[in-house]
Design a protein around this ligand. Structure first.
Ligand SMILES: [Ca+2]
Ligand SMILES: [Ca+2]
Length: 340
């Protein structure tokens, strides 16, 4: 009997050894939300945690601090409904699927909320509320509030009220991501600095009858605490109407005279839309609008344009193509192509 057990032990030794090697190479295999939280709590800086397929429901993390970051590698079919990070530093979410379902209170519900902390990356991930062609049951997808180091890379956002909201944060990169089937805004920034919004696309805005949603692909505002944004690059994004409703393109405004946006560059974006606010800027110091193509969508009755309003200072508008450009007399407007 002992020999049999020993033989079995010998047969399984390779498996045990493999498991031991894997565990000492700092990989873990979560099965439930509780496992996942426990694995993260037990991780060391630089670890990778494999998250197998399954529905993890609501996941809430706090007080984790990793440098270098810990990577959560989600396998296909691993879904989280609702994610909360509070005071978490150093996490990479790779191939995450957020499937938030129907929002009972779409104005207030948020699928992913990241508060404080920093060095948080979402990469190759997908995010959606209820994918049913009904925008009235979709909440906001992702909010960063007070986070130093935000990356959203090569990800897909659909069926949402608002997409990504970044407030009171720093060192933000939103890159290569697609926002589609959205009711309001793709990306909203307030009170933040050192931001790059590059190579994203907004397509197929939706509409609710009777709701004046002021949809924009990218909106900069000063927020309720009257802090605008500083050092922002918005480049190489595409904002296309396609089969959706017309929408505004890039909308930059601070309604607080004492809090202008500063050092804003809007460069090489393509906007093909049917709303006159193609690129709009008001209350900005140091503004460059360069090399953008603003084109009317097919059968457009409300031709998109570039519009800059005072208060604003040190404004340069050059090398754009647009049906119309309007700017204060003090702006430098040169080498643009005005479409007939
Ligand atoms: Ca929906
Ligand atoms: Ca808006």
């Amino acid at each position: 009997m002992i020999c049999i057990i020993f033989d079995a032990f010998k047969r399984n030794f390779g498996v045990l050894l493999l498991a031991f090697v894997l565990s000492t190479s700092h990989s873990a295999f979560a099965q439930t939300a509780a496992d996942l939280v426990a694995d993260i709590d037990a991780a060391s800086p630089g670890d990778t945690i494999i998250v197998p397929a399954g529905d993890y429901g609501a996941v809430s993390l706090r007080w984790n601090d990793f440098s270098p970051a810990v990577t959560l590698q989600f396998e296909d079919g691993a879904a989280i409904q609702n994610l909360r990070l509070r005071d978490v530093t150093g996490l990479v979410f790779e191939n995450l699927m957020i499937s938030a379902g129907i929002a009972n209170d779409p104005v207030r519900e948020i699928a992913v909320l990241v508060q404080r902390g920093g060095d948080i990356t979402f990469r190759n991930s997908s995010f959606a509320w209820a994918e049913d062609d009904d925008p009235s049951n979709d909440g906001t997808i992702l909010i960063f509030d007070g986070v130093d180091g935000v990356k959203v890379e090569n990800s897909h956002f659909s069926d949402m009220r608002d997409g990504v909201i970044v407030k009171n944060s720093a060192n933000v990169e939103i890159w290569g991501s697609h926002f589609t089937d959205l009711l309001k805004d793709g990306i909203i920034l307030s009170g933040s600095n050192n931001i790059v919004i590059r190579e994203n696309a907004c397509t197929d805005f939706q509409r609710i009858e009777g709701l004046n949603a002021h949809p924009d692909c990218i909106q900069l505002q000063a927020g309720s605490n009257a802090v605008a944004n500083t050092n922002v690059l918005i480049a190489d994004n595409s904002i296309l109407m396609l089969d959706g409703e017309r929408a505004q393109g890039i909308f930059i405004k601070s309604r607080f005279a004492s809090a202008p946006h500063q050092q804003i560059t809007v460069e090489n974006n393509l906007i093909r839309q049917a709303h006159h606010l193609g690129i709009y800027a008001e209350n900005v110091d140091d503004l460059i609008i360069r090399g953008n193509d603003i084109l009317p969508a097919f059968n457009s009755v409300d031709t998109p344009r570039i519009l800059v309003r005072d208060p604003s200072s040190n404004v340069l508008i050059e090398e754009n193509t647009a049906p119309l450009i309007r700017a204060p007399a003090h702006a430098t407007v040169q080498n643009n192509t005005i479409l007939d």
